[in-house]
Design a protein around this ligand. Structure first.
Ligand SMILES: O=C(O)CCC(=O)C(=O)O
Length: 268
């Protein structure tokens, strides 16, 4: 935690002592220590994240149709039927048109780690822009804190193995991400359809598994109540066993995000 040094001033009131034995020596006043008004302590980044998460939490709690998933170590919510059928269909078409192999910020030796296809969805498209505005309103987060919405498509056998959405601060990418909005805070994921089998979103450490349901939102906080990285947010897209799975993901940052490149999949 960064802490501003408080300045302590001391003032000593010295009494006068006379040497005459006939005159009682005056009492020497006890040194008086006065603390200067404390400079406001700088709040840590985690404290600021915790404060903004509390506002999101209060907003979600007050929003009809938002249900908190009862888990001790993970803050997660579902919002049934947030999207319309037409929106889901339109978004799946956009993903099909723009999909490229999904990427990773940090290299891995496991070629099976993330095998899906992804697509950055331009906010200039009215369908995407309108949805983004509704997601920002739902969360009560200013638009500039949100990354570009990303679509994901999983064919049979495709998956995204357990990972965190927050950035690991020991990884090489962190230095750049710090300048591009810093830590990820919330993830909002929309299920656009239901594969015929498999494809659940699982949180193995939190003990939670969600079966895709079209048009439903799944929201989780990647940080704990103190604003620190929450290991219990570890999650995965399990392999699709039959059919195709489409989801859409939006990540929020602790500070305004400036990573939009307009093309490619720079962030995941
Ligand atoms: O597809 C899923 O179920 C999970 C997606 C995911 O983990 C992510 O986009 O971070």
């Amino acid at each position: 935690m960064r802490k501003e040094e408080g300045v302590i001033t001391t003032r000593v009131n010295a009494g006068t002592i006379t040497a005459s034995p006939k005159v009682a020596a005056p009492t020497v006043a006890a040194p008086k220590v006065e603390a200067a008004p404390a400079a406001p302590a700088a709040r840590s980044e985690a404290a600021l994240r915790a404060e903004s998460a509390a506002a999101v939490r209060a907003r979600l709690a007050a929003t009809p149709g938002v249900a908190r998933i009862p888990k001790d170590r993970l803050e997660a919510y579902v919002v049934p039927h947030f999207l319309s059928e037409e929106e889901c269909e339109g978004l799946m078409r956009l993903i099909d048109a723009g999909k490229v192999p999904s990427g990773l910020l940090a290299p891995t030796a496991d070629p099976e780690f993330r095998t899906s296809e992804s697509c950055n969805l331009s906010p200039a498209d009215p369908l995407v822009g309108g949805l983004e505005a509704r997601l920002n309103k739902l969360m009560g987060i200013e638009p500039q804190f949100g990354e570009t919405v990303q679509g994901q498509r999983y064919a049979v056998g495709q998956q995204f193995k357990p990972h965190h959405d927050f950035f690991h601060t020991t990884e090489a990418y962190w230095k750049e991400q710090q300048t591009r909005g810093g830590q990820r805070t919330w993830t909002v994921m929309a299920f656009l359809n239901k594969p015929d089998a498999g494809g659940q979103t699982a949180f193995p450490k939190a003990g939670l598994k969600i079966t895709p349901a079209p048009a439903h939102l799944l929201i989780w906080n990647n940080l704990d109540v103190n604003g620190e990285l929450n290991d219990f947010s570890l999650h995965q897209g399990m392999p699709v066993e039959a059919g195709v799975k489409y989801v859409l993901t939006k990540w929020y940052r602790e500070r305004p995000w400036n990573g939009f490149t307009g093309a490619g999949l720079a962030y995941y």
